[in-house]
Design a protein around this ligand. Structure first.
Ligand code: DOR
Ligand code: ZN
Length: 349
């Protein structure tokens, strides 16, 4: 099978940033994906429905006109999010989820949640309104080893949250461990999970062995090879609650190649191609469509995309760097090749 046509995929976890970089970021996703759940961790964060509307307009202004790409907006949950704001978000039609960042867990999470109990009323309102919660699942105690933060979150935070809010739909974002895979498999039907290309393709050696590679630094941090293998197994398994979410997170080259570099891997320019590599390698290409285009839409209760994309098994070189407003950005696999290419596509930027 050297070409693969599939229902147009969606990206259920994406960072697009804001301002002049939008036109350098959005077209890559719009070329490949029909829709994307857009993360709200801007400065300042997107905490109101009105801010989400204005942000959506700026994204659409940077979206190639013929792409049909739809940004699905999210609100940033804080200790002070009110049930009234949740009701406004649920009623507007363009907000599709609320994002929980434990305060201090990652990029621009300073306004995040300090104690999930403080959000109980907002979470009840979300369950009531059918608005889902996306979670960055890591504990934030500074003394907790960074490689254990996801695992500890599962039983310390996520299990009690699911118990206290029995009707809330939850997406555990960017799984990185075999523990998280097991937790989701054993969890209720209302618990879904996204998996990124970097966590399917790389383990922590790609970050730390033979020299530090800041462009492989992301959060949650890359884990062991056995975790990567468990993630691949989950992604290709056909289990309906695992689906595609790139967590493509652009940062300018200088912000990554720094003594204190930012977390985030920029995979948008080759995202579906990277997933095709993973599924091909696992002998599971026939399962790519479910993971990339069907499971997420079904979980979010949205229609599947009506159109298709075609991928071709043909190596393509990945540029060393790409423009990023006045700076440059280093995509995943920069200077290397990717084994699949997008054959039929909307115009690239
Ligand atoms: O690596 C990451 N980058 N992980 C996150 O959770 C946030 C993201 C970003 O916004 O840069
Ligand atoms: Zn993210």
């Amino acid at each position: 099978m050297d070409t693969l046509t599939l229902t147009r995929p969606d990206d259920w976890h994406l960072h697009l940033r804001d301002g002049p970089v939008l036109e350098h970021v959005v077209p890559w996703s719009a070329e490949r994906f029909g829709r994307a759940i857009v993360m709200p961790n801007l400065i300042p964060p997107v905490v109101t429905t009105e801010q989400a509307r204005a942000y959506r307009d700026r994204i659409l202004a940077a979206t190639p006109a013929d792409s049909g790409f739809q940004p699905l907006m999210t609100l940033y949950l804080t200790d002070n999010t009110t049930p009234a704001e949740i009701e406004r978000a649920a009623a507007c039609g363009w907000v599709h989820a609320v994002k929980l960042y434990p305060a201090g867990a990652t990029t621009n999470s300073d306004s995040g949640v300090t104690d999930i109990a403080r959000c109980a009323d907002a979470l009840d309102a979300m369950a009531e309104q059918g608005l889902g919660l996306c979670i960055h699942g890591e504990v934030t105690r500074p003394e907790t080893d960074i490689f254990d933060r996801e695992k500890l979150f599962l039983h310390e935070r996520l299990a009690p949250l699911l118990e206290r809010h029995p009707r809330l739909r939850v997406v555990l974002e960017h799984l990185t461990t075999a523990d998280a895979v097991d937790f989701v498999r054993q969890g209720p039907e209302r618990l879904g999970a996204t998996i990124t290309p970097q966590h399917l393709l790389l383990n922590r050696n790609a970050l730390l062995a033979g020299g530090i590679r800041p462009h492989h630094y992301c959060l949650p941090i890359l884990k062991r090879e056995r975790d990567r293998e468990a993630l691949v197994e989950a992604a290709v398994s056909g289990h309906p609650r695992f689906f595609l979410g790139t967590d493509s997170a652009p940062h300018a080259r200088g912000a990554k190649e720094s003594a204190c570099g930012c977390a985030g891997v920029f995979s948008a320019p080759l995202a579906i191609e990277l997933y095709a590599e993973v599924f091909d390698e696992a002998g599971a290409l026939a399962r790519l469509e479910e993971f990339a285009a069907l499971h997420g839409a079904d979980f979010y209760g949205l229609p599947r995309n009506p159109d298709t994309i075609t991928l071709e098994r043909a190596p393509r070189s990945v540029p060393d760097q790409l423009p990023y407003a006045t700076e440059t950005i280093i995509p995943m696999r920069a200077g290397g090749t990717v084994a699949w290419r997008l054959k039929s596509a909307n115009p690239a930027p």
